[in-house]
Design a protein around this ligand. Sequence first.
Ligand code: HSE
Length: 310
Amino acid sequence: MSNSIRVFAPASVANVAVGFDILGFALDKPGDEIKVGFSDQQGLRITAITGADGKLPLVVEKNTAGFAAQQLLKHLNKEDIGIDMEIHKKMPFGSGLGSSAASAAAGVVAVNALLGYPLNKQELLHFAVLGEQIADGAYHADNVAPSLLGGMILIRNNSDLDVHQLPIPDDLYAAVVHPDVEVLTKDARDVLSDQVCLKKCIEQGGNLAAFILGLMNSDFELISRSLHDVIIEPQRAQLIPNFYDVKEAAVTAGALGCSISGAGPSIFALCQGEETGRAVGQAMQSVFSRAGIENQLYLSNINRDGAVVL
Ligand code: HSE
């Protein structure tokens, strides 16, 4: 591998309680790393995957990072260039932490950097979403966009990828606990009804708008009053053991709000300040631990950088 480039792309929390498929933020850690370099053999090859227990395919077309990078190369008319890619998974998949999105984001950023930055990050987004689409069949950017661009992202429209950075209060922290159970995004999407009652739609719309206003004004009380998912969480809570106990523990320990991270099973809580975040995270963990469920806590500020060349 020559001229090699290494890229880190962070985990992300999608939906953020009030924005199913249209809201997401990036974490400082964990994240995936991808290394690419030129090779003498024509075309893109995935030469190694670590940290995935053999569960991820080496076949480019079936791999989120590989497919995303391949679509980018196709767009640039550079499919014949010899490129080797190594994928180093540093977070669990099927976790609700945007693992496949992080790989897709890292894949396109790495190949773009190797080729001398022909596109900017905004232009890379479409290709990363195509990669992520392999994982659950849907074209949505609520994990990919924060993982690629960083920050708290609002997606006005997934088809147009009309994405916007929202302001983030400095003191906003996320405690995310991953219980050691697997929930596949596809299964978590299949449980959802395609009907939403008008009353709940109005409630969720009010919460989403007020949450954004809370971010804009660093109004933590408004953020707290707004972080309630009345549509998706009630349908998915059954997929996560002890969900409501964990949520209650988070709120009792001082969280602004708590809900399912992406499609689960990870659960996130937004908090004011790192100290509160740690206490909230530990309270959430202790519920899982008491139930005999292995778990990990990720405590993080909101990551503003997204995918970066190391
Ligand atoms: N918005 C997506 C979902 C995120 O909740 O299904 C997971 O890919």
